[in-house]
Design a protein around this ligand. Structure first.
Ligand code: AR6
Length: 181
């Protein structure tokens, strides 16, 4: 499947199929839970590939701050991965769409982009947050993710690349439709 790219000011927005643990970027984003305890899906893949030091850092953050609220994020180093940083973001659990899920999802993306800028990160890769175990409908999530990125890049012309690494074809196609719209 061919990659899709669009530019917003100086930032390239790229969509690709694949595994986020294999990306050559400065930071990858994890779809974590509020307790930062690791789990399945992309979280499991990142902890497995990155090694145990990531869970140790997450534990320290949990003990210091009590975890990470939905719509926000925390940062660790990349452990054994080639990226320098992992940004652990917590998306909303889908409860039907009337419990603030849309805003929480956008805030999760925006908080990662802000933190990336604070850390001098220029290239960042995201998975599709909340659309696996957390049950957020993919089409709606794709639109919100790209809206968040567009809003951010219109005000902050700092990042070189924001890459969405999409694991399955359906998710890739929904992001592609949202990017082209
Ligand atoms: N690279 C990129 N995307 C992936 C990968 C990978 N290696 N593996 C899965 N995905 P999910 P959520 C896709 O469930 O919905 C965890 O247990 C997957 O196909 O990982 O935010 C956490 O600990 C889907 O499109 O995250 C939380 O408890 C997307 O990543 C909870 O799940 C997100 O699916 C978070 O649920």
């Amino acid at each position: 499947m061919a990659n899709v790219t669009k530019s917003i000011k100086s930032t390239s927005i790229t969509l690709t199929r694949g595994d986020i643990t294999r990306q050559e970027v400065e930071a990858i984003v994890n779809a974590a839970n509020s307790a930062l305890r690791g789990g399945g899906g992309v979280d499991g893949a990142i902890h497995k590939a990155g090694g145990p030091t990531i869970a140790e850092q997450c534990k320290q953050i949990r003990e210091r701050d009590g975890g990470c609220a939905p719509g926000s994020c925390v940062i660790t180093d990349g452990g054994k991965l080639s990226c320098k940083h992992i940004i652990h973001a917590v998306g909303p659990v889908w409860h039907g769409g009337r419990s603030g899920e849309d805003d929480t999802l956008k805030n999760a993306y925006i908080s990662c982009l802000k933190l990336a800028c604070q850390y001098g990160i220029k290239t960042i890769a995201f998975p599709s947050i909340s659309t696996g175990a957390y049950g957020f409908p993919v089409e709606r999530a794709a639109k919100l993710a790209l809206e968040a990125v567009r809003d951010f890049c219109e005000d902050n012309d700092y990042l070189d690349e924001i890459r969405f690494v999409l694991f399955d074809e359906k998710t890739f196609n929904k992001f592609k439709e949202a990017l082209e719209a």
